[in-house]
Design a protein around this ligand. Structure first.
Ligand SMILES: [Mg+2]
Length: 376
């Protein structure tokens, strides 16, 4: 089988996009890899759509600075490791990490989709030993502005059947009292029997101040405190993780399993590779192995359309420990409608798709409605 064409499709919700909030489900970059056998693979990249499209569409500058689409055409999509290595090497002048690895991650997902469709099997059956057909889910959404609203959001998602809720970004980081009040109200609204994840969204800067805030939050039992600092502030992560009992989580900005070693060296408890950014599905399994070898936990980050949901669930189906599936509950068009396959909550769990490949269908009407028209 050969790849004949690579489409990088930019999508954007039809109504106004609020670029001031950290909601990446308002736009998306979808990949479609076409083959000479009529099989099309679908992937997604949760990054900056215009940047990723440029990385896919760019012509060759020289052997190590080539657009990924040009490299892909003519390759055998079933040689997934070989394609991955070739694209990594072919983009090494501008890549190695960041956006080029994000693009490569989405391509890797599309390759697995092709492999699954060619074999007539869901991806998880090709990816490793299948360990489960459903994964416990946590509702993942933005922290609203006030404690009263936070309480309402927690209440709503627990009423929907979730046993865990993550609130992140928004006002978190504003000041210590506000941070603690938001966490306290969230816990009080849901009671003792749910897991409450808090995502600071890089809102803190000083480790001593962060230690004080986490200690004040401890009585409200956050399940973890996520991404308190910018990703390169490894020393701050180390100081915080050493000083507090609440698990510290991070890793959605990291790419390539070896970089997660450095993050694990800080002593944090939970690493969070994103299947559309860290290098793809297999790379996330490598990160999980690294974490397990060091007695830590790996919980995938996932925040976008049903494509990333499906890709994450296939990885979680084979990961030895699948603590939680991050279920983005934003009510955006792309999160709720781009993929027609439903990810219904049953007993607090989401089922792993069973159809060939990713096991999902794209709603072509929604895709056309949200497609960003090429400018110039
Ligand atoms: Mg996060």
């Amino acid at each position: 089988m050969r790849i004949t064409e690579v489409e990088a499709i930019m999508l954007r919700q039809p109504d106004a996009l609020d670029s001031a909030i950290a909601d990446g489900s308002q736009d998306a970059l979808i990949l479609r890899l076409h083959t000479d056998e009529g099989i099309t693979g679908i992937g997604e990249v949760d990054s900056q759509p215009h940047v990723i499209k440029a990385i896919v569409d760019a012509p060759a500058s020289h052997a190590n600075a080539t657009g990924l689409g040009a490299l892909l055409v003519g390759m055998d999509p079933l040689e997934i490791d070989g394609v991955w290595d070739r694209l990594f090497a072919g983009s090494i002048y501008y890549g190695r990490r960041g956006a080029a690895v994000h693009a490569l991650s989405g391509i890797e997902i599309a390759l697995w989709d092709i492999a699954g469709k060619a074999a007539g099997k869901p991806i998880h059956q090709l990816l490793g030993q299948v360990r489960r057909d459903r994964v416990k889910a946590y509702a993942s959404t933005l922290m609203p502005d006030t404690p009263a609203e936070a309480a309402r959001v927690v209440d709503r998602h627990l009423s929907d059947g979730f046993g865990a809720v993550k609130l992140g970004w928004g006002p978190l980081g504003r000041d210590a009292d506000s941070d603690v009040e938001l966490v306290a109200a969230s816990r009080a609204a849901g009671g003792d029997d749910f897991d409450l994840m808090i995502d600071v969204g890089m809102g803190w800067t000083e480790p001593e101040d962060a230690i004080g805030r986490v200690r004040r939050m401890e009585e409200h039992r956050p399940y973890w405190v996520e991404e308190p600092f910018f990703p390169d502030e490894y020393e701050n992560y180390a100081r915080l993780a050493e000083a507090v009992d609440v698990p510290i989580a991070a890793g959605e900005q990291e790419a390539i399993a070896t970089d997660f070693q450095r993050l694990l060296d800080t002593g944090i408890e939970v690493v969070q590779p994103d299947v559309t950014r860290a290098g793809g599905m297999r790379e996330c399994l490598r990160v999980a192995d690294l974490a397990r070898d060091r007695g830590r936990r790996c919980v995938l980050h996932a925040w976008s359309t049903g494509i990333i949901k499906a890709a994450s669930l296939h990885v979680l189906a084979v990961m030895p420990e699948a603590e939680y599936f991050e279920d983005c509950v934003q009510t955006t068009e792309l999160n709720e409608r781009l993929v027609t396959t439903r990810f219904d909550l049953i007993d607090g769990c989401v089922e792993v798709p069973r159809g060939p490949g990713l096991g999902i269908e794209i709603d072509e009407d929604v895709l056309e409605e949200c497609r960003v028209k090429e400018e110039g």
